[in-house]
Design a protein around this ligand. Structure first.
Ligand code: NAD
Ligand code: MG
Length: 384
C-alpha cells in the first residue's frame, strides 16, 4: 500500500485525490490529511479514511476540530509547524501538494528533504521557489510527479532519453473571456470571473485562469519541471480543453495527450506512476466532439501571460515577486477592492519595482515574498 500525505485535502484537488483513493481500494493508505479552515469537511474525511494525523493550519478551525473530534487515537496538530512535524513523525511514500499558493513551499521542501516523492499540483511552489525545490530534489533524489493537467500531459509525451525534444506546446482554454474586448474586460465582475467554462477549481486558480496568469505560472512551472527554455515553450489557446498539451520533436513529430477535462486522471497518473491503471471515470467520446481549435494567445488583451514570460526569462527572484503580488491582487479582486484589469497592472508594477537577485535560502524567499505582498497591498490602497 502506498502511504499518502494529502495537503490541501479539503480543496478541489484534495477531494479529487480522495476520489482516486476510493477508486483503488487497498492500494493507498491515507496517513496524513491537512486543511486550512474547513474543519467540518476535514472531520468527515478523518472519519472516513482514518489517517494517523490531521493538521489544521488555521488556529480557530483547529480549536473547533479538536472540540468535535471523538477519535482519541487521532493525532491533531495545528499550523504549518504541525504539517512539518507530521511529515517527520509519520512515514509516508508520497505527499500530494494540493495547497493553494505559496503556503505550499515549506512542506514541499520538507518532503523533498525527507526523500518523500511528490505529486505536485501546487504550481506556486515551483514558480516562487523553483531553484530551492530543484536543489532539494537533486540532493534527495525524490521524484516530482506533476499533477497540473498540462504538465502531466507533457510528462507523459516526453520520451525518455530523447535527444531531439524541440518544443513544448502548452494548451490553454483561454478562460471565460477569450472573445471579450478590452472595454468588456475592464468591467468583469468576480461572479463572471469565477465561472470557468471547462474546469471546476478553487477560487484562486479560477481567477488566474481568467486573467491567463495561470498559463503564465504554468509556463514557468514547465521551465522548472522539464528544463526547456522559454523560447521553446509555446502557449496555444485551445478552447475545448481536450488536448491537454503536446510535445514537438526535431523530426517534426508531435505527441499529444488527449482526454476528458477531469483532474482525477492526472492525479491518478501521479499516484500510480510508473504504472497506468484502468479506472471507472468517464472516457472521451470522439463522436461527440464538434472540432478542435488552436489559436495564438492575445498578449495585449491578457498582459499577465506576456509578463510571466518576461519574468520567467529574468529568473532569479523575479518569479517569486510575480507570484506574491499576484496572490494579493487576486485576493483584492475577490474582495471587490480592485478591478479585473488591475490584477495584471498591479503585478507588473510590483515586478517593475524589484531588482532581481538570487534566492539564497527559504528564509530569503519568505522575505522577498513578504516584500512583494506589502508592495501589492500598497497598490491596492492607492487604487481604491
Ligand atoms: P482550493 O482552493 O480548492 O483548495 C486549496 C486547499 O489548500 C484547501 O484544502 C485549503 O484548506 C488549503 N489552504 C489554503 N490556504 C492555505 C494556507 N494558507 N495554508 C495551508 N493550507 C491552505 O484550490 P485547488 O483548486 O484545489 O488548487 C490547489 C493547488 O492545485 C493550487 O496551487 C492550484 O494552482 C493547483 N491546481 C489546481 C487545479 C484544479 O483543477 N483545481 C488544477 C491544476 C493545478
Ligand atoms: Mg493547468
Amino acid at each position: 500500500m502506498k502511504r499518502l500525505a494529502i495537503l490541501g485535502a479539503t480543496g478541489s484537488i484534495g477531494t479529487q485525490t480522495l476520489q482516486v483513493v476510493d477508486a483503488f481500494p487497498g492500494q493507498f493508505q491515507v496517513v496524513i490529511l491537512a486543511g486550512h479552515s474547513n474543519w467540518q469537511l476535514l472531520l468527515r474525511q478523518a472519519c472516513q479514511y482514518h489517517p494517523s494525523c490531521v493538521i489544521i493550519t488555521e488556529p480557530s478551525a483547529y480549536e473547533k476540530f479538536k472540540q468535535e473530534n471523538a477519535d482519541k487515537q487521532l493525532v491533531v496538530l495545528c499550523g504549518m509547524s504541525g504539517v512539518l512535524q507530521a511529515l517527520e513523525q509519520f512515514p509516508v511514500d508520497m505527499m500530494v501538494g494540493a495547497m493553494s499558493g505559496a503556503a505550499g513551499i515549506e512542506p514541499t521542501l520538507k518532503a523533498l528533504e525527507l526523500g518523500i516523492d511528490l505529486a505536485l499540483a501546487n504550481k506556486e511552489t515551483l514558480v516562487s521557489g523553483g531553484s530551492l525545490v530543484r536543489r532539494a530534489q537533486q540532493k534527495s533524489g525524490a521524484q516530482i510527479l506533476p499533477v497540473d493537467s498540462e504538465h502531466s500531459a507533457i510528462f507523459q509525451c516526453i520520451e525518455p532519453n530523447s535527444s531531439c525534444l524541440h518544443k513544448i506546446l502548452l494548451t490553454a482554454s483561454g478562460g471565460p473571456f477569450r472573445t471579450w474586448n478590452k472595454e468588456q474586460l475592464s468591467q468583469v465582475t468576480k461572479e463572471q470571473a469565477l465561472k470557468h467554462p471547462n474546469w471546476s477549481m478553487g477560487q484562486k486558480i479560477t481567477i488566474d485562469s481568467a486573467t491567463l496568469m495561470n498559463k503564465g505560472l504554468e509556463v514557468i512551472e514547465a521551465n522548472w519541471l522539464f528544463q526547456v527554455d522559454y523560447d521553446h515553450i509555446q502557449v496555444l489557446v485551445h478552447p475545448q480543453s481536450v488536448v491537454h498539451s503536446m510535445v514537438e520533436y526535431g523530426d517534426g513529430t508531435v505527441l499529444a495527450h488527449l482526454g476528458k477535462a477531469d483532474m482525477r486522471i492526472p492525479i491518478q497518473y501521479a499516484l500510480t506512476w510508473p504504472q497506468r491503471q484502468g479506472n471507472p471515470f468517464p472516457k472521451l467520446d470522439f463522436t461527440q466532439l464538434a472540432g478542435l481549435e488552436f489559436f495564438a494567445p492575445d498578449y495585449e488583451k491578457f498582459p499577465a501571460l506576456a509578463l510571466a514570460y518576461d519574468v520567467g526569462r529574468t529568473g532569479k527572484s523575479a518569479p517569486a515577486i510575480l507570484n506574491g503580488a499576484n496572490e494579493v491582487a487576486v485576493a483584492a479582486f475577490l474582495q471587490d477592492k480592485i478591478g479585473f484589469m488591475d490584477i495584471p497592472a498591479l503585478v507588473a508594477q510590483v515586478v517593475g519595482c524589484h531588482n532581481p537577485i538570487e534566492i539564497e535560502s527559504f528564509a530569503h524567499l519568505i522575505e522577498l515574498d513578504q516584500w512583494a505582498r506589502q508592495q501589492a497591498w500598497q497598490y491596492v490602497q492607492q487604487h481604491q
